[in-house]
Write a protein that binds this ligand. Structure first.
Ligand code: SAH
Length: 249
């Protein structure tokens, strides 16, 4: 199994594939004016197995195109949305966020939790903007620093893992530079990382290793995740995800 397939397998059985929560999704949604939540077309980009897609579908009267590069995540989302009777409103789309097939100005809202880093925050906002109608909404979460005077060890780790790492306030500036008027921004609380992401990830490590016969590649995947978690446990006051909500101008 190659590296990416292992990563998908590591995350597949989890309820989310990144830090987040239903409360955070609903808080981000609360920045969107009420009338604009009705009968709208949303793209949820990098949806993974789609916990936030389900929360969006339940709390809006929207049609959602849930986009991810990996079919196994989308199969899981299709299964869940069918169980919940939401499959008429959630359609999965297997394609790259870097090469989306939406028509220009066809979407009312673009949602993306914990995924835009795959193409970079600024690049993603710039490229996705054209798919939004004028006055359409964008709600995107992105990892960022939330405190100054970061320890060098922490900076070295994140600069290597994600070269786009920057402060919360600089991310807001990027939103503005990319042609969006900010409607709101907030920082995800620590439960979003611990309870909803790292703890479930940790729990499934024995099963994951067993599924892969303790292969070196599987062990390397676990090690990589453990290093990231250890960094978080030690330095969690310094970084989090920011949720950024804006409207296309
Ligand atoms: N939004 C989900 C998943 C976040 S993890 C949640 O918050 O739980 C990031 C997701 O981006 C993964 O599901 C991964 O498969 C997807 N992804 C990574 N690169 C991608 C690309 N180039 N195009 C589309 N999706 C991609």
């Amino acid at each position: 199994m190659d590296y990416l397939e292992l990563l998908v397998d590591f995350h597949l059985n989890n309820y989310r594939q990144g830090p987040g929560s239903k409360e955070a999704t609903l808080k981000a949604l609360s920045f969107i004016p009420k009338n604009d939540k009705e009968k709208i077309k949303i793209a949820d980009i990098g949806c993974g197995s789609g916990q936030q897609t389900i929360d969006l579908a339940k709390n809006t009267n929207s049609q959602i195109a849930a986009v991810d590069l990996f079919p196994r995540f989308l199969d899981k989302l299709n299964y869940i949305s069918k169980e919940l009777g939401l499959s008429n409103r959630i359609k999965t789309v297997c394609e790259s966020m870097e090469n989306l097939s939406f028509k220009k100005e066809s979407l009312d809202m673009i949602w993306s939790e914990g995924a835009i880093y795959n193409m970079g925050f600024k690049n993603g906002l710039q490229q996705w903007r054209k798919f939004l109608k004028k006055g359409g909404f964008m709600a995107v979460s992105e990892i960022c620093w939330i405190r100054p005077n970061r320890p060098k060890k922490l900076c070295d780790f994140w600069n290597k893992a994600y070269s786009g790492m920057d402060s919360f306030s600089n991310k807001i500036q990027v939103v503005e530079e990319c042609g969006f008027a900010p409607l709101g921004a907030f920082v995800l609380p620590q439960e979003c990382w611990v309870n909803n992401y790292y703890e479930p990830s940790l729990k499934q490590i024995p099963d994951f290793l067993q599924r892969h016969n303790n292969s070196d590649e599987a062990k390397a995947t676990v090690k990589e995740h453990m290093e990231e978690m250890e960094m978080y446990v030690k330095y969690r006051d310094y970084y989090s995800y920011g949720f950024f909500i804006g409207t296309k101008i």
